[in-house]
Design a protein around this ligand. Structure first.
Ligand SMILES: Cc1cc2nc3c(=O)[nH]c(=O)nc-3n(C[C@H](O)[C@H](O)[C@H](O)COP(=O)(O)O)c2cc1C
Length: 233
């Protein structure tokens, strides 16, 4: 099937094209996603890697009109949440890793993905590492959830959809919307709206590479592979 510049489920754009085409979309058409797209996006999001493969994300798919309206209010009235046919709340479970550990190890064993020695030791090693994180466990869980969200965003772009990443929400209110109001185990890493772009903004550009990329150490701006010594000074 011929690939269009927009991409589709049957003829998705290559990853670099999806990266270049992606813009943060703030206005969506009301049309629902084409059949198959939503399921595909969810499947691809959860293929993301995570620390110890413990998959701390708890992704809530919000499509119902009344739920979207509540989420819109919890996101300080950002219109993209009201307009998009679907928004995802990337929640995290702080303690969920304890209850999924056995299933994670069993799946890896059945697939022959881990050597027996590693599979035997992993629960002990992971438990020690997770417990040692203390307050930083939330940060680690958020990292994993954002990687999953980015998988979803680039997959959506490759299929002709637009997306809007959002930090602009009241976490307590979003938790209430998804039914976790009083649950201290649950956090919100991101809200993400997805749909067909009504309009795409222009690329706001990025800082020059030498301001944000460095060679070996932060005091050596990156000047491109050809102009850079490969060894540390
Ligand atoms: C983690 C994250 C949170 C963001 N939060 C919001 C938001 O709450 N509302 C919004 O309109 N845009 C939000 N943005 C979009 C950024 O403003 C946008 O990505 C940036 O200006 C670059 O534009 P581009 O995505 O088109 O390249 C967010 C982006 C990221 C990555």
């Amino acid at each position: 099937m011929a690939r269009t510049p927009e991409g589709s489920l049957d003829a998705p754009l290559p990853v670099p094209d999806a990266v270049l085409k992606r813009r943060n979309v703030r206005h969506f058409r009301p049309d629902p996603l084409a059949p198959g797209l939503l399921d595909r996006l969810v499947e691809l999001a959860v293929k993301a890697p995570s620390s110890w493969n413990l998959q701390p994300w708890r992704i809530v798919v919000v499509r119902d009109a009344a739920q979207r309206e509540r989420l819109y209010a919890a996101c300080f009235g950002q219109v993209q949440v009201r307009e998009a046919p679907v928004s995802f709340v990337f929640a995290i479970s702080q303690g969920g890793w304890r209850s999924v550990m056995d299933d994670v190890v069993r799946a890896a064993r059945e697939r022959g993905a881990w050597e027996a020695g590693y599979a035997d030791a992993m629960p002990r090693l992971a438990t020690r590492a997770q417990e040692a994180l203390g307050e930083r466990l939330r940060e680690y869980n958020v990292k994993d959830a954002l990687i999953a969200a980015t998988h979803l965003v680039l997959s959506a772009e490759s299929m002709g959809l637009g997306t809007c990443f959002m930090n602009g929400y009241d976490e307590a209110r979003v938790k209430e919307v998804v039914g976790a109001g009083a649950d201290p185990d649950v956090g919100v890493a991101l809200v993400l709206s997805v749909g067909y772009a009504e309009r795409r903004g222009r690329d706001p550009g990025r800082l020059p590479l030498e301001r944000v990329v460095f060679a070996e150490r932060l005091d050596a701006p990156w000047r491109g592979a050809a102009n850079q010594r490969a060894s540390a000074p």
